[in-house]
Ligand binder design. Structure first.
Ligand code: HEC
Ligand code: HEC
Length: 389
């Protein structure tokens, strides 16, 4: 069976509308050229994350080995029993509760995202208050509700247990570090080097997309088992407007109407200004590449804050969908327990106005998915679980 090209289809629907026929025009075959390009963007990520020029130790194996020990060490916390691993462990590298427990049983304000594939992002935390993986690590270390630590305690722990490794990686004796901020930055850089090895992709999803693209080329898209899932993801659901590229994330911030009446409800709109002034940001003195691209990135965000203020109100980072089946519950609040709940939220076009910071979600609209489309979308999300390396 030959399939009409998009051009023929456009012509046909133009004719139909001039004739004023009341029947609906035949649906344009999926994928059209634009959709094909989106599908091609969803390919398997490169095996290792792109280099981070702001961390010169990022791909240093000795730094990664040091980082791995630090990641797992609860003695770095003031209470002595909370490490990064406490909240980023197990198959999903997260916790299975909405929020997590830090020092003295205090609860975090938000759901811990996975640290799988963290090296592929450039913004961190749901509200983007860290702009590189290494500076992100300082936030939980110092946060009173997480590890509640400080530079003095960190330095003492490094001197006691990590002196040789520190010297080998940073070429300076830890005892001779006079700048507490340098000790913090180096801690973050070693942790990031380790996190950059926590990669988990190569999912059944990738094979499905590759096979589907071949089928589409042969004019047999509709016969492929992934047809309905991909069509719903890309066309009717518009998921790929934000969940695109190899990581299934645009690494940007959007308000999708997630219910949140907490103090943190303004998302990036509230967090960005202090990040832009932060000593440890990627354009600051502790970055190994402070100029150029990094300054431009921050400048763009600064401009967005003034020019797109309304869009950034209540906006959070688009999370990767890789391994999403392993990281329930969902959203920055951790309020949605299952992927079915997530699909239902999108289906109704977000929570009703008044339940979240943005007065209207400028990004999502009601979808009215059929039960078949919901099922196909769910199976697609479940197929995104990758292989741990
Ligand atoms: C008490 C629990 C807890 C501890 C301990 C903890 N985290 Fe987290 N982590 C979280 C929460 C909650 C978030 C999300 C916070 C937010 O966005 O406001 C998070 C976010 C992150 C992110 C951002 C991921 C992304 O995609 O934006 C990374 C990376 C991370 N943590 C690494 C670490 C490292 C490294 C440590 C140790 C130095 C650590 N975490 C300690 C709970 C924790
Ligand atoms: C306008 C951009 C946008 C669109 C369109 C979009 N998403 Fe999202 N997605 C996000 C953002 C932003 C979040 C986090 C929101 C929050 O926590 O407030 C998110 C969260 C999620 C999560 C939760 C992941 C986690 O780790 O908590 C899933 C699953 C998800 N989206 C799937 C989908 C599906 C399926 C579609 C299509 C029906 C879709 N998204 C459409 C931006 C988008």
């Amino acid at each position: 069976m030959s399939r009409p090209s998009p051009r023929t289809w456009m012509l046909a629907s133009a004719l139909l509308s001039t004739w004023g026929l009341s029947c609906t025009p035949p649906e344009e075959p999926f994928p059209n050229q634009d959709e094909l390009e989106v599908l091609q963007s969803l390919h398997t990520p490169s095996p290792l994350p792109p280099r981070d020029p702001t961390n010169k130790y990022g791909d240093n194996p000795a730094a990664a080995a040091l980082g791995q020990r630090l990641f797992n060490d609860p003695s770095l916390s003031s209470c002595g029993d909370v490490s990064c691993k406490s909240c980023h462990d197990g198959e999903g590298r997260s916790v299975d509760t909405a929020v997590a427990r830090g020092c003295n049983g205090t609860l975090t304000g938000r759901n811990p995202p996975t640290v799988w594939n963290a090296g592929y992002s450039t913004w961190f935390m749901w509200d983007g208050r860290a702009d590189r993986l290494w500076n992100q690590a300082l936030l939980p270390l110092l946060n009173p509700v997480e590890m509640n630590s400080n530079a003095g305690h960190l330095k003492a722990r490094l001197e006691a247990d990590y002196a040789d490794e520190y010297l080998a990686v940073f070429e300076k004796e830890i005892g001779k570090e006079t700048d507490p901020d340098r000790v913090l930055a180096n801690f973050g850089k070693a942790i990031a080097a380790y996190e950059r090895t926590l990669n988990r992709h190569d999912a059944p999803f990738d094979q499905d997309v590759r096979r589907f693209l071949e089928a589409a080329k042969a004019g047999k898209a509709e016969e492929d088992p992934a047809y309905l899932g991909l069509k719903t993801f890309v066309r009717k659901g518009q998921c790929s407007a934000c969940h695109k590229g190899p990581m299934l994330s645009d690494d940007q911030f959007h308000n999708i109407g997630v219910k949140d009446l907490s103090d943190g409800q303004r998302g990036v709109a509230a967090a960005a200004s202090s990040m832009l002034e932060w000593t440890f940001n990627s354009a600051g003195p502790y970055s190994d590449a402070p100029g150029g691209v990094e300054s431009a990135r921050l400048l763009r965000l600064r401009n967005d804050l003034s020019q797109k203020a309304r869009e950034l109100e209540g906006a959070y980072k688009t999370p990767t969908l890789r391994n999403v089946q392993l990281t329930a519950p969902y959203m920055h609040t951790g309020e949605l327990k299952t992927l079915e709940d997530v699909i239902d939220l999108y289906d109704k076009g977000g929570e009703p106005v008044g339940n979240y910071a943005g007065r209207v979600s400028v990004t999502v609209k009601r979808l009215d998915l059929t039960p078949e489309e919901k099922k196909a979308l769910l199976e697609l999300l479940e197929s995104m679980t990758g292989t741990a390396k």
